[in-house]
Design a protein around this ligand. Structure first.
Ligand code: SAH
Length: 396
């Protein structure tokens, strides 16, 4: 096993549980280490810090796996981490209203660069580096021991920016017929595990969808921007929304949104689904003097269309200002971001600035971060990426 010397300041962080091995933290050279190699970490004086694996991601060059000198990283290690993770999701496994959730959340469950989601008997493994992919057999063997699953699928996300590598994503078991229909607090979602990078539903928004359905939708006009397959629109419609409008620039979003309405027994023709750039929709809405009781704003961290690039860190404030302009007085904005480039404090700063600059007084009604199955560790706040703020708008 190769040993990497860690600079003193970083060594102190790793001692406190920081799990990511940053390139700039390493004193010795790391160029000749192969993906998947186990590495020992020491401080500058050679004092033991931990053991981990080498795997280059968009962030970092690997993850600490144990701070226990005597714990071997072998099949038993993977089984023990997965077993613990499964036990912690016992309640979700027993919940017949929710059949899709995360069973293993990377560093939060002790193995960075690896996530596993459960979709009603199917597992979806996501590998975030070639390094962690080297442990595929150990992870699959652990799943074999823990569950009588229908099949395992995978997403390889180890190209440079953590982007998905196109492939047949089937690993083993009996191939599913997609879409499969999963449930989340009784809401149905059509899910595809072998059709590109995304499955049709983002499982980290479970609590937000429930809040919208149960407490914010009844009788309201709802605008869902960056709507993807319309999961928030469906939640609002099930909660009794007067009408929802879903806006997404991707062509595929139309059929996929119609499908999500249909699998919930909702008439999609009673709702609007627009394939359109959100920024153009804002101009259109202003021109037509449209306004909404509830607006959901959940943009990607980064997006590039032909006309513009959007970055949440740079552009969220302006996006909110445009949203405020088409929100009814006393209406609610659900401001959401999955950007790990900033935390809740900075996000609230964007919100405050947008409210001030539009002369609006905004009241925070509630806040959400990742749900409990997306387990995170205190020492690595970047992993706690989701931030959702429900805002009441008072126009002056
Ligand atoms: N809110 C969704 C997830 C959004 S994923 C949900 O909860 O399911 C981000 C979506 O933004 C993608 O579907 C992408 O097509 C869309 N998108 C990116 N840039 C856009 C733009 N300028 N206008 C409209 N949609 C955009």
């Amino acid at each position: 096993m190769k040993t990497l010397k860690i600079k003193q300041a970083h060594a102190a962080k790793i001692k406190k549980g920081y799990p990511l091995i940053l390139k700039e933290a390493v004193l010795s050279k790391d160029d000749d280490i192969t993906e998947g190699s186990l590495i020992g970490l020491t401080d500058e004086k050679g004092g033991f810090l931990g053991k981990g694996y080498y795997g280059v991601q968009n962030k970092g060059i690997g993850w600490v796996l144990t701070q226990n000198r005597d714990e071997p990283i072998d099949q038993r290690f993977f089984l023990s981490r997965l077993t613990k993770a499964f036990q912690e999701r016992n309640e979700l496994f027993g919940d017949s209203d929710t059949t899709a959730f995360r069973v293993f959340n990377g560093e939060g469950d002790g193995i960075g660069g690896l996530t596993i989601d459960y979709y009603d008997g199917y597992f979806l493994i996501q590998w975030y580096s070639k390094g962690i992919y080297a442990y595929k057999e150990s992870v699959v063997t652990a799943l074999d021991e823990l569950s009588d699953y229908k099949a395992i699928y995978e997403k390889k996300r180890f190209s440079s920016a953590g982007q998905y590598v196109e492939d047949d994503d089937f690993v083993k078991g009996t191939r599913g017929e997609f879409p499969i229909i999963v449930k989340e607090n009784g809401i149905h979602f059509a899910v595809y595990l072998n059709d590109g990078a995304m499955t049709g539903v983002f499982l980290d928004q479970r609590n937000v969808r429930k809040a919208i359905r149960d407490r914010y939708a009844e009788g309201k006009t709802v605008l869902n921007t960056f709507s993807y397959t319309g999961a928030f629109s469906v939640a609002a419609a099930l909660g009794g929304a007067a009408k929802t409008t879903s806006v997404d620039v991707a062509n595929r979003s139309l059929n996929r949104t119609i499908e999500q309405f249909s699998v919930n027994g909702l008439d999609h023709e009673a709702h609007d689904i627009k394939v359109m750039d959100v920024f153009n929709y804002f101009s259109y809405a202003v021109k037509k003097q449209l306004s909404y009781d509830l607006v959901i704003l959940d943009p990607p961290s980064f997006a590039r269309t032909k006309k513009r690039t959007f970055s949440a860190a740079k552009d969220y404030k302006n996006l909110l200002k445009e949203t405020i302009a088409i929100t009814k007085n006393e209406g609610v904005i659900v401001a959401s971001t999955n950007s790990s480039a900033f935390g809740m404090k900075k996000f609230k700063g964007f919100i405050d600035a947008a409210c001030k600059e539009t002369g609006t007084s905004c009241t925070v009604l509630e806040e959400y971060s990742l749900p409990e199955d997306f387990k995170t560790v205190k020492s690595y706040q970047e992993g706690n990426y989701l931030k959702v703020v429900f805002l009441r708008i008072h126009h002056r």
